[in-house]
Design a protein around this ligand. Structure first.
Ligand code: SF4
Length: 447
């Protein structure tokens, strides 16, 4: 059991949470050191100082890819001649099983707004948008109210705190497409176009929203910025138990565990600690069969991987991705074919249809999985699934949607191949063997 009391020093993202889990509105946020970082930056720092600080802190994007935030910021075009640049907050949280950004937006919205203000100051940006998942109705209400509060308190608008810095912030709700989480599809959608990813280069840092330099950061990433500006790089680095990644991370467990949820933990905390100490283990009568470390689009791992530190490198070495670090437990009574089929139906439906392998390959995968689920699979179905995983691997499609979609499938086959092979119809297998003139093999007698 964990009995740790969150403090400003140990839990920079969540120490302001109220016990009753009501939203921390602006007056309470200001009483708890809110907007101190903005005041500090506007009074004592120049934009380059903030970029340098974030680069030095080692902050990595919390949307799943883990790219260095400071490096991303430093790639923003230095050409300021048009005077128009944009900061976009990617709040289109649609990864199945992930709810960490919603948690931050509903509970501590001003932390995100302050993070956006600091990031905009660092990037010489005067206009920002929060691209919010359309289904997040409560977060929409809270963010709208919070933006108005920040305007009323003089933190958003012209000549903020008499510094000469101007910033306008708008909330945009999406129409419900998973692909809008891809930053260039998000930009297209914001422009009113179909949400297809764009060819890169040019990257958004050079040619983004309406052709202007644009930086897109995730909610949790931006929410980390105020505490780094206030407390500095050394403090931030020491928060982590990992040698790979600095700071803390919202991590969680869902599935048939006793206490599903999300907690702020140091990078390097093991998945076993999260599962046993925070999620309080599997429900009575069940045991862990498998788990996904960070969303539906990450490879399954198994029990022996629970002792790995939750950071980008350790999880990648085990053959998966940290992703959003909101893990999902799979219990021993869950059929892997049914589970993966459900996941692939989602990814197939959410394909934007732009490139052929993804548009055609994912529905084909679903069709095969459905027949395996009914035990009507053909002899070569498992091999065909493996071939499709290769055909949809990185570099074969226009964006990372398809490679992410096949990660759960390829890893489920790797660890639970017999379950997939058991979906092959004995009748079809025998018929096929007769046609080919070969005897039933060892595998046939097993099923
Ligand atoms: S991989 Fe899928 S989602 Fe990405 S561009 Fe191609 S069709 Fe669209």
């Amino acid at each position: 059991m964990n009995n740790i009391i969150p403090t400003e020093e140990t839990h920079p993202l969540t120490w302001r949470l109220r016990n009753d889990r009501e939203t921390v509105w602006i007056e309470e946020y200001c009483k708890k050191n809110g907007y101190f970082s903005l005041k500090k930056a506007l009074k004592t720092m120049c934009p380059e100082d903030v970029v340098h600080l974030i680069k030095e802190s080692g902050l990595k994007g919390r949307g799943g890819a883990g790219f260095s935030t400071g490096l991303k910021w430093s790639l923003m075009s230095k050409d300021n001649s048009s005077k128009i640049r944009y900061l976009l907050c990617n709040a289109d949280e649609m990864e199945p099983g992930t709810y960490k950004d919603r948690f931050l937006m509903e509970n501590i919205p001003h932390q995100l707004i302050e993070g956006m203000l600091l990031s905009a100051f660092a990037l010489n940006v005067s206009r920002g948008y929060i691209f919010l998942r359309g289904e997040y109705i409560k977060a929409e209400y809270i963010l709208k109210k919070s933006i108005q509060e920040a305007i009323n308190f003089g933190f958003i608008g012209s000549n903020i705190l008499n510094s000469g810095f101007n910033f306008e912030l708008f909330l945009h709700t999406g129409a419900g497409r998973y692909i809008c989480g891809e930053e260039t599809a998000l930009i297209n959608s914001l422009e009113g176009r179909r949400a297809n990813p764009r060819a890169k280069p040019p990257f958004p840092a050079v040619f983004g929203l309406w052709g202007k330099p644009t930086c897109v950061n995730n909610v949790e990433t931006l929410s980390n910025v105020p505490s780094i500006v206030l407390h500095g790089v050394n403090w931030y680095k020491k928060l982590s138990k990992s040698t790979d990644t600095t700071g803390t991370k919202l991590m969680g467990f869902s599935g048939k565990v006793n206490n599903p949820g999300v907690w702020e933990l140091p990078f390097g905390t093991t998945a076993r600690e999260i599962l046993e100490d925070y999620a309080r283990g599997m429900k009575s009568g069940l045991f862990l069969k498998s788990w996904q470390p960070g969303g539906a689009g990450t490879d399954f791992l198994i029990e022996k991987h629970l002792d790995l530190p939750m950071d980008f490198t350790s999880i990648a070495k085990a053959g998966s991705r940290l992703g959003t670090a909101i893990a999902m437990a799979v219990d021993n009574k869950t059929n892997m074919i049914s589970l993966v089929c459900n996941i692939e139906k989602f990814f197939s439906r959410e394909s934007c249809g732009l490139c052929t392998p993804c548009r055609e390959g994912l529905p084909w995968i679903v069709k095969i999985l459905e027949s395996l689920e009914k035990k009507e699979g053909h002899k070569n179905d498992v091999k065909n699934l493996e071939r499709l995983c290769l055909d949809l691997s990185p570099g074969k499609t226009f964006c990372a949607h398809a490679p992410g979609a096949v990660e759960p499938l390829q890893s489920a086959i790797k660890y639970f191949r017999l379950e997939f092979e058991a979906g092959i119809s004995i009748k079809k297998l025998k018929k096929c063997s007769n046609i080919l003139g070969i005897q039933s093999n060892e595998f046939t007698s097993k099923v």
